[in-house]
Design a protein around this ligand. Structure first.
Ligand SMILES: *[C@@H]1O[C@H](CO)[C@@H](O)[C@H](O)[C@H]1NC(C)=O
Length: 317
């Protein structure tokens, strides 16, 4: 269990004057037609049933950054950023439901202005997107974990947290579990956020669009740290973040079908796929509420300035 109570804060109306990304994180910058072509060729060649485990060589590719992103071995990848560019990688496959995990060690020291991302996103205009973004800070100050959920092109569902440990010292596990009823964001298995399927209340849920996994390290000192007041200190460059043990227990989407089970059903055949039916047990729910009470620093659901009427998914019942 998280134990450091010193970071404990109260959620209220954007007390830190937090800024939000005005746009989604970059998946590729600058756009590279060659990489695009390669991606589509590679995704055509994959029609496995269900992905288990993961390897950077097999499952991911560095898509931008001109050598700043490096696959070190099957289990380790690094992204770096300097004055001229950041870098990024993405999964070769598109997934429709799954549990996607990554261990990440963030830019240490003065990481102000840097943003490390780990997210899922579908293609096209009314896209779905599940975001983890990690906003760097000046030395010794906490990172912010920024989460957001886009459904059919609409986001504005930010929740932000501090972490209960220093994410630059060691690798920790960041996961997104996406099944037909829930999207659960977790850190070291402890849930931060549970976006439920509330189609019954008219809230669109991501369920038809397959998504790729993306990660990047980029400069966003126009908004990332203390609302853009703190700029990136380029004397510290290059900045590096490390990624380990990419793992996708997920249904792979290809040729217009989800190859999850042998039949027509979208559900995985094996009952062992616990993520397919994952929901928060009363105990994990209590843990999540505990994290939210102690470490959540922004909640769109509580922001009456932006939303005089809370969005429908924010109502408890
Ligand atoms: C950085 O640290 C300061 C001071 O503790 C805090 O106010 C701020 O929210 C932190 N994070 C970012 C991303 O600015």
């Amino acid at each position: 269990m998280p134990s450091d109570p010193s970071l404990s804060t109260k959620v209220n109306q954007n007390p830190y004057n937090l800024q939000f990304p005005q746009h989604s994180p970059p998946t590729m910058s600058p756009p590279s037609p060659t990489a695009m072509l390669l991606v589509s060729m590679l995704s055509l060649s994959s029609f496995l049933t269900i992905a288990h485990g993961g390897s950077f060589y097999q499952d991911c590719m560095v898509t931008w950054g001109d050598g700043r992103g490096k696959i070190i071995n099957d289990q380790l990848l690094t992204l770096s950023m300097d004055k001229y560019s950041g870098s990024g990688f993405e999964s070769k496959n598109e997934y429709l439901y799954g549990k996607i995990e990554m261990q990440i060690k963030f830019v240490p020291g003065n990481s102000a202005g840097t943003v490390t991302t780990f997210f899922l996103r579908s293609q096209g205009p009314a896209h779905d997107e599940l975001d983890f973004e990690f906003l760097g800070n000046v030395s010794g100050q906490p990172y912010i974990v920024h989460t957001n959920v886009f459904t059919q092109g609409k986001g504005d569902r930010e929740q932000q947290f501090y972490l209960w440990f220093d994410p630059t010292k060691d690798f920790h596990t960041y996961s997104i579990t996406w099944n037909p009823q829930h999207v659960i964001f977790a850190v070291d298995g402890i849930p931060l956020r549970d976006f439920k399927n509330l189609e019954s209340r008219g809230v669109p849920f991501p369920k038809n669009q397959a998504m790729k996994v993306y990660s990047s390290l980029w400069n966003a000192d126009d908004w990332a740290t203390m609302g853009g007041l703190v700029k990136t200190d380029w004397t510290q460059a290059p900045f590096t973040a490390s990624f380990r043990n990419f793992n996708a227990d997920a249904c792979i989407w290809s040729w217009g079908t989800s190859r999850c089970s042998s039949g027509k059903s979208k559900a995985p055949a094996s009952a062992k796929e616990a993520w397919w039916t994952d929901e928060l047990s009363p105990m994990r729910y209590r843990r999540m509420r505990w994290v939210q009470r102690k470490y959540m620093i922004y909640d769109y659901c509580a922001d009456r300035k932006r939303f005089p009427r809370p969005p429908p998914e924010c109502r408890r019942r």
